[in-house]
Design a protein around this ligand. Structure first.
Ligand SMILES: [Zn+2]
Length: 359
């Protein structure tokens, strides 16, 4: 009988070692994702969406990664006019939807007025999908950039890492071009028009993740490296910057009972410049959802989802809460109390037995 108890104790010890090991592993992982020491890189995909955009979004979702899409309206057989459905998925994954003009005509062939029309034409699609207006990043077709872009009322984005994917159309070559030049703060240029680009970029992401890289959108890359973002200004990267800001965290909801089965909800950790939106049907809040002002009153039975959006339509992780009635809470408390009593008596019995056997 004594041998059985020794075995039991060994099991308890082994389990606690295992658990403490697991806690350590979890802590290391969360430090890596939210912490400020990680290297940041922004993948951008131009000229689409197209036939392979969904495949890319699958790959990003599997990796918990995001990217920035500089999209067109009608660009040959590509563009949101035909492939607009993918935008809902981009919003769900918190990818950045950006502007590559409606018809991808070269800037040098357009007057300022014509370029403005091309930017606005694409913007209509972006705003419709997001449910409201935001400051969309712009990339000029063909990468043409000069002082003339200063009139563009948006930040203008180029890149400092060209994958030459449109030229090589080879998965290994795309992968290698990215791996040879990757560094903290880089903006990578790819096109989601070719399967080789998608596969090469995802393959590179796997290798870069092992080197401690986190994949972020362009506006997040600039923000987290302390770069002040201005309209009419060109940004190619955020390399060599000292600043290390953390990613946005989910809104912390504080609920106080303000009447019978009525609660007042506030966001505890509001970020300056962020607007908070909510839904009560479990759907993802977008820019046309209800705005959460200073406080929000909810009833028992409501399920709210809250997200903060910055001016570039980048959102915080979601906060979700279901509100229970007083009766439900009382029943739950009673069950929990009984459970605790049962557990206590179980352990009390065990320890008494251990004591009997001389431990
Ligand atoms: Zn282009």
């Amino acid at each position: 009988m004594k041998k059985t108890w020794s075995l039991f104790l060994c099991f308890v010890l082994a389990a606690s070692v295992l658990l403490s090991g697991m806690t350590g592993a979890l802590a290391a992982k969360s430090k890596k994702t939210s912490d400020t020491d990680t290297k940041l890189i922004a993948f951008t995909f131009d000229d689409g969406p197209g036939d392979y955009t969904d495949m890319l979004l699958d790959g990003l979702e599997e990796r918990g990664a995001v990217a920035t899409f500089f999209m067109t309206g009608e660009n040959g057989t590509w563009g949101v006019k035909k492939y607009g459905k993918v935008m809902d998925r981009m919003i769900e994954l918190n990818c950045q939807m950006a502007n590559h003009t409606y018809n991808h005509k070269k800037f040098s062939k357009l007057t300022k007025g014509e370029l403005q029309v091309a930017i606005d034409g694409m913007e209509n699609y972006l705003f419709k999908a997001m449910g409201g207006q935001y400051n969309d990043l712009v990339r000029i077709p063909g990468g043409e950039n000069s002082d003339n872009v200063s009139f563009v009322e948006h930040p203008v984005i180029t890149w400092n890492l060209d994958s030459f994917d449109w030229k090589t159309r080879d998965t290994t070559a795309v992968y290698q071009a990215i791996m040879d030049n990757a560094k903290d703060g880089a903006i990578v240029l790819c096109h989601d028009l070719y399967p080789t680009s998608v596969q090469g970029a995802l393959h590179a992401m796997d290798a870069l993740a092992k080197q401690g890289y986190e994949f972020v959108t362009v506006s997040e890359l600039l923000r987290r490296r302390g770069v002040e973002i201005k309209n009419g200004t060109i940004y190619s990267d955020a390399s060599g910057k000292e600043t290390r800001l953390p990613a946005y965290s989910a809104p912390e909801l504080k609920a106080e009972e303000s009447g019978e089965d009525v609660y007042t909800v506030t966001v505890e950790n509001k970020v300056k410049g962020m607007t908070y939106y909510y839904t009560t049907d479990g759907s993802l809040p977008k820019l046309n959802s209800s705005q959460l002002g200073k406080k929000l009153e909810v009833k028992a039975g409501d399920h709210i989802v809250v997200a903060g959006y910055d001016e570039y339509a980048q959102r915080t992780p979601l906060a979700e809460q279901t509100f229970k009635s007083r009766q439900e809470l009382e029943t739950e408390a009673l069950i929990a109390e009984k459970e605790e009593q049962r557990n206590n008596s179980f352990w009390v019995k065990i320890f008494r037995k251990l004591h009997l056997f001389g431990f």
